[in-house]
Design a protein around this ligand. Structure first.
Ligand code: SIN
Length: 276
């Protein structure tokens, strides 16, 4: 998992052949980085659109001022006002797994890199599934998880690793009902099986007592986020990272709030619901 793509300037027009190579690298390696780019928001968006339709984040107060499909992730506070979402996604999750049609890919473009830390962690959910004992595969294949926006393992609103809650109006716009997803899903392109959303938004397993389902999800998450399944993305200014939400979990890491970190994020959606 994890590869760097070299020799591509995302600010310039791109042939279908080059785009297809990038897309294939994403499907093969799950997480790819294109370092040292110099992108205007529009160019970033045009490239992202080739991967799928962008879906603006539910927390619309952090949308980019002129390009609302871009979410600003930042710990910088200017004139007493946050310039972006700070500490977003500091727990293992798959983007938009609380929506019926979740995220296909997420792209980050690094604007400001802190002196210390600020990495993003990824965990390979295909390999983690592959390595499970057959008895466990049999136990979980065909199971359905119930998902809702949030970090099921930290609901304390004062904690930095709690998901910042949407307002009632934002909830009404996006729907706040439980979303069913396969616990083991097939990749929409490769067909490979992966654990899906075993951490983050999944609160229960359909047809299992709540405590038993949650305990099983936590056991699977502990397995699938072990260091041996992880890749750590360390940013330089201008780096673009793209990940495949069907095959990885990811987690931001907490940084010193006084050490500026800013990234632009675009999330593009799948074209259909995940299948098991
Ligand atoms: C995210 O979960 O999209 C944020 C990742 C990061 O800030 O490193």
């Amino acid at each position: 998992m994890g590869a760097e793509v070299e020799g591509v300037d995302l600010s310039r027009p791109m042939s279908d052949a080059t785009f297809n190579d990038i897309r294939d690298a994403l499907h093969r390696h799950h997480v790819i980085a294109l370092r040292g780019q110099n992108l205007q928001p529009q160019a970033f968006l045009e490239f992202a659109r080739r991967l799928g339709p962008p879906e603006p984040h539910v927390l619309d107060q952090y949308h980019h001022a002129t390009h609302p499909d871009i979410l600003v992730l930042s710990n910088v506070v200017r004139d007493g006002k946050p310039t972006g979402l700070a500490d977003g996604g500091t727990y293992w999750h798959s983007d938009y797994s609380y929506l019926e049609i979740p995220a296909r890919a997420t792209l980050l473009y690094s604007i400001e890199v802190p002196k210390v830390g600020g990495d993003t962690l990824f965990a390979d959910q295909e390999q983690a599934y592959e390595d499970l004992p057959d008895a466990m595969k049999k136990r979980i294949d065909g199971r359905v998880t119930l998902n809702v926006y949030g970090n099921r393992d930290d609901l304390d609103l004062k904690s930095r690793t709690c998901a910042p809650p949407p307002t009632q109006q934002q909830k009404d716009k996006r729907g706040a009902h439980l979303i069913r997803h396969p616990l083991v899903r097939r990749h929409p392109y490769s067909g490979r099986k992966a654990l899906y959303s075993v951490s983050g938004t999944s609160f229960a397993i359909e047809g299992m007592p709540d405590d038993e389902g949650l305990a099983l999800l936590r056991e699977l998450a502990a397995h699938s986020t072990q260091p041996r399944y992880q890749y750590r993305m360390q940013y330089g200014v201008g780096d673009v990272v793209i990940w495949d939400n069907a095959s990885v979990l990811h987690s931001a890491t907490l940084t010193d709030p006084a050490d500026p970190r800013t990234l632009f994020r675009i999330t593009v959606k799948e074209t259909q619901r995940p299948v098991g």
